[in-house]
Design a protein around this ligand. Structure first.
Ligand SMILES: Cc1cc2nc3c(=O)[nH]c(=O)nc-3n(C[C@H](O)[C@H](O)[C@H](O)COP(=O)(O)OP(=O)(O)OC[C@H]3O[C@@H](n4cnc5c(N)ncnc54)[C@H](O)[C@@H]3O)c2cc1C
Length: 457
């Protein structure tokens, strides 16, 4: 007899949703969240660092109904997203994928979103212990599964099912999975390879009224070096925008020609920090007519601390879970956050929902099939895109953005990425073929880098 039916490590979207789904199905569920203080939240809660954008079709992927999301969680309704290359630009006004939501997407307040998910879990009967770290897990798999969690205060709790939702840093996940793999295979090697380790940084800046685009996301591709390295601007309420970026850790400035990248300078002695990059972006865009410090002040009461937030992430491909051990890995911990664009709240929500529900119903062995069915297409698209653009330089980004613009102009609805659309742009077919080939290589769940059959215990 265990203390609880389902123990969840981490109380972000994946963990809270898992606990909600488990409790909603009658299980005794508890979430342990180490607790991260934030200026924009009164109580201790999950980390909640995020650009916080949601695209229309992500609601279906998430298994969320827009009507259920409280009004004060949503910040802005979006009409489009703008992609800016070194000299090309394209405005995407549709995702081209089926959705019941009438707009392009929306931005939201991530801390309030997480608070809502936590409240929903607690209302369903789950316990949410904020300020409690999970230090270690000991799994007894002799003739069944029982997991003993040791908490930060030294207490021990036993659970029949374990849901690992500790986010893309995966410190607990990696330690739990390693002993379940045969010699020579380590979860840490697939889940935290140096090549996938990124830093995300963002600042909340108040924009001048005339420059604040309140219904558009903006991304600058090919402006800074590194795989999945790009800055963005996401509109929030009150003319405040999240100006952020993500970039790989550990790059060497000597590997790049500064003259090729708009946000590098010839006298850079190292890769600029996140704050230097953001300052340069704002200077490049508005510096001729505005004073960045005075006209774009930091909104210091927003975000994690003093209007800024930093988060280490490791964007890799997803892994299947050792479900026979009564363990499901969900959300960022399992690698669902996109290595192409870092979006991941929708897949975190959906995998949490499935893991919690199936654990409560003693059907966790179905989890891997269930998540492949639910989010496989989304993961395949993102992994294929990440593969195609992995070593892009500024000119490749310009080409791709030009092709995208021509494809958009040549079609007035329906699917965006199609052979006939691709034919309408010079170079389009080549790019389309690369993407199709990458997707083909990922068929039958090959985007998963650890399979259920890899575990041995
Ligand atoms: C800067 C940035 C911008 C992003 N922008 C977007 C976006 O616009 N749209 C989008 O959909 N996605 C975005 N993402 C991705 C999205 O934030 C993640 O996919 C999502 O947070 C994953 O949810 P999760 O619950 O799996 O993990 P997390 O939200 O990371 O939650 C994991 C939780 O586990 C807790 N934890 C960790 N270790 C322990 C432990 N030992 N004991 C107890 N608790 C522990 C952490 O404190 C954390 O709160 C962005 C990410 C970043 C960093």
């Amino acid at each position: 007899m265990t203390d609880v039916d389902v123990a969840v490590v981490g109380g972000g979207p994946a963990g809270s949703t898992a606990a909600y789904a488990a409790a909603d199905r009658g299980a005794d569920a508890v979430v342990y969240e180490k607790g991260v203080p934030r200026d924009d939240r009164q109580r201790l809660g999950p980390d909640s660092t995020d650009a916080a954008g949601f695209l229309d079709y992500w609601l279906e992927v998430a298994g969320l109904d827009f009507e259920d999301i409280p009004e004060d969680v949503v910040e802005k309704t979006l009409t489009d997203a703008e992609f800016v290359g070194p000299s090309e630009r394209a405005v995407l006004d549709r995702t081209g994928l089926d959705s019941d939501y009438d707009h392009f997407g929306f931005t939201f307040h991530r801390a309030k979103f997480d608070d809502w998910l936590r409240d929903r879990a607690e209302d369903a009967g789950a316990r949410y212990e904020a300020g409690t770290s999970v230090k270690s897990v000991d799994s007894d798999l002799d003739g069944g599964h029982e997991h003993t969690l040791t908490l930060g205060n030294g207490d021990e709790v036993t659970a029949e099912y374990l849901i690992l939702a500790d986010g893309p840093q995966r410190q607990v996940t990696m330690r739990v999975l390693d002993p379940l793999l045969p010699d020579g295979k380590k979860a840490s090697e697939v889940l935290s390879p140096p090549t996938a380790n990124h830093i995300a940084y963002q600042e909340y800046r108040q924009f001048p009224e005339e420059l604040f685009d309140d219904d558009s996301l903006k991304f600058w591709w090919g402006w800074m070096p590194g795989e999945t390295a790009y800055p963005w601007v996401f509109p929030n309420r009150g003319n405040v925008a999240r100006v952020g970026l993500t970039m790989p850790i550990g790059m060497d400035i000597d590997d790049f020609d500064a003259s090729e990248w708009r946000l590098l300078r010839e006298d850079d002695e190292q890769i600029p920090s996140g704050s230097v990059y953001i300052r340069r972006l704002l200077e490049e865009l508005y510096g001729d007519e505005y004073d960045v410090d005075e006209d774009f002040p930091l909104a210091v009461d927003h975000g994690k601390s003093n209007g800024t937030e930093t988060y280490p992430i490791s964007s890799t491909r997803p892994i299947e879970s050792p479900v026979d051990a009564g363990i499901a890995v969900a959300g960022g911990a399992m690698g669902t956050t996109s290595a192409f664009h870092e979006g991941g709240d929708h897949v975190a929500h959906r995998t949490g929902l499935l893991a919690g529900r199936l654990a409560a119903e003693d059907r966790l062995t179905e989890y891997n099939d269930a998540w492949h069915d639910a989010i496989g297409d989304e993961i395949k698209r993102n992994v294929a895109m990440a593969d195609v653009v992995g070593d892009f330089g500024p000119d490749d980004w310009d080409d791709t953005i030009r092709i995208t613009r021509t494809m958009l102009e040549g079609s007035d609805g329906g699917k965006l990425i199609s052979k006939s659309n691709a034919r309408s742009a010079a170079g389009g077919l080549g790019l389309y073929t690369k993407y199709r080939k990458a997707k083909f290589g990922l068929r039958k769940g090959r985007y998963a880098q650890l399979r259920e059959s890899d575990y041995s215990f």
